[in-house]
Design a protein around this ligand. Structure first.
Ligand code: FAD
Length: 343
């Protein structure tokens, strides 16, 4: 039985694990490693430090399907709707560019519930967090994969799903494996950068605004605010509201190397201008998205790039398509095709 390592438990990695499990059930042993403490990647749902039942989505906010993707990915949407992981967006969003033919969904249990669903569906896969891959070296007919603070392990095939700049940072044989044309393509990828704050409030606190989320056009720092529980149409009496704030990209880029101590007060100061009188939260989560959304994908490699076909080393993720649910689904489908024909 072939051992396949999937690096990254974000949407692309978890869906690859699920598809591989469904399509090659007993032919592969699937292992997923992620450097974080939990699943989700940029589809992460953060818990309030003071009450784990209260959550906020600090990365992706909505799942929006164009008619094209609603049709070609119909089975994925139907599955998530059937499990109540997706629900139509009904709460009012101000300033959103409404496209009539776009179908918008929210995730009542938080956006990471999509990723967790696919990991659950990969029954039998070994999913390990706090496994930070540092080096990939060819060893015989397989790959020896090294990680921070742990033993290296050998796999028959490896799938890399992290943002492309993080793929390029890997040590070992990566330098010699990537040919000049592939390197040029990988280096052509670009991402936006932004910060996100999650503000958690005591139960009973009310935030009186007529919207559930709002795009801000005229602030030098803040681009988007969501009353996250309202956006997801939640009604949990034990939790107070949770507010998500995204900065704009120019602010994110300008302060990219800033520390939390430097950047958080700037965002909170601007938030008071946008929403004067906002009460003091009981806790705040701070997130720097160095690689937020893809602004230029890897050219001419729809969904995946195969760095080595034997033993197989393949990269996928939104960097090879575009930054949303459908971009990741498309990439996971392409990576799975390559795995199926190789193993
Ligand atoms: C602020 C923000 C808002 C967004 N809004 C939306 C939205 O509204 N709708 C939408 O559809 N999409 C949105 N997106 C985009 C969407 O979140 C991404 O396209 C998607 O989550 C990418 O998934 P992925 O699995 O390809 O990559 P990731 O989610 O980045 O997953 C990669 C995983 O690899 C892990 N990793 C990285 N390096 C290593 C290593 N060396 N060793 C082990 N593990 C490693 C990371 O921890 C991560 O979990 C948004 C993203 C951001 C940041």
């Amino acid at each position: 039985m072939s051992r396949v390592l999937i690096v990254g438990a974000g949407l692309t990695g978890s869906l690859c694990a699920c598809l591989l499990r469904r399509e090659m059930a007993n032919k592969v042993k699937i292992v997923v490693w992620d450097k974080s403490r939990g699943a989700g990647g940029r589809m992460s749902t953060s818990r309030s430090p003071s009450n784990a039942a209260c959550t906020a989505d600090l990365g992706a906010q909505y799942i929006s399907a164009t008619p094209f993707y609603a049709q070609i990915h119909q089975s994925f949407y139907e599955e998530l709707l059937a499990h109540s992981i997706l629900k139509p967006l009904v709460a009012p969003v101000e300033g959103m560019i409404m496209k009539e033919d776009l179908r918008d969904f929210v995730t009542p249990k938080g956006v990471s519930s999509i990723v967790k669903h696919y990991l659950r569906e990969s029954a039998g896969a070994e999913v390990l967090f706090e496994h930070h891959v540092t080096r990939v070296c060819q060893k015989g007919a397989g790959w020896e994969v090294h990680r921070q603070g742990g033993e290296a392990e050998t796999f028959d095939a490896v799938v890399l799903t992290m943002p492309v700049p993080q793929i390029l940072q890997l040590q070992g044989d990566m330098r010699s494996l990537i040919d000049e044309s592939q390197r040029r393509k990988l280096e052509a990828v670009s991402y936006s950068s932004r910060y996100a704050l999650g503000l958690f409030y005591e139960a009973g606190v009310r935030i009186d605004v007529p919207w559930a989320a709002k795009y801000i056009a005229d602030n030098p720092c803040i681009r988007f605010i969501s009353i996250d529980d309202k956006k997801r149409s939640l009604d949990s009496p034990d939790c107070g509201p949770s507010v998500v704030v995204h900065t704009g990209v120019p602010f994110g880029v300008r302060h990219l190397e800033g520390t939390r101590e430097e950047v958080e007060p700037l965002i909170l100061g601007e938030l008071q201008k946008v929403l004067p009188g906002l009460p003091q939260p009981i806790s705040i989560k701070f997130q720097k998205w160095r690689y937020s959304q893809v602004t230029a994908a890897v050219p001419d490699c729809p969904g995946q790039m195969t760095l080595c076909s034997s033993p197989l080393l393949v990269c996928g993720g939104d960097g090879f398509m575009h930054s949303n649910f459908d971009g990741c689904v498309e990439s996971a489908l392409k990576v799975t095709e390559v795995l199926k024909s190789s193993l």
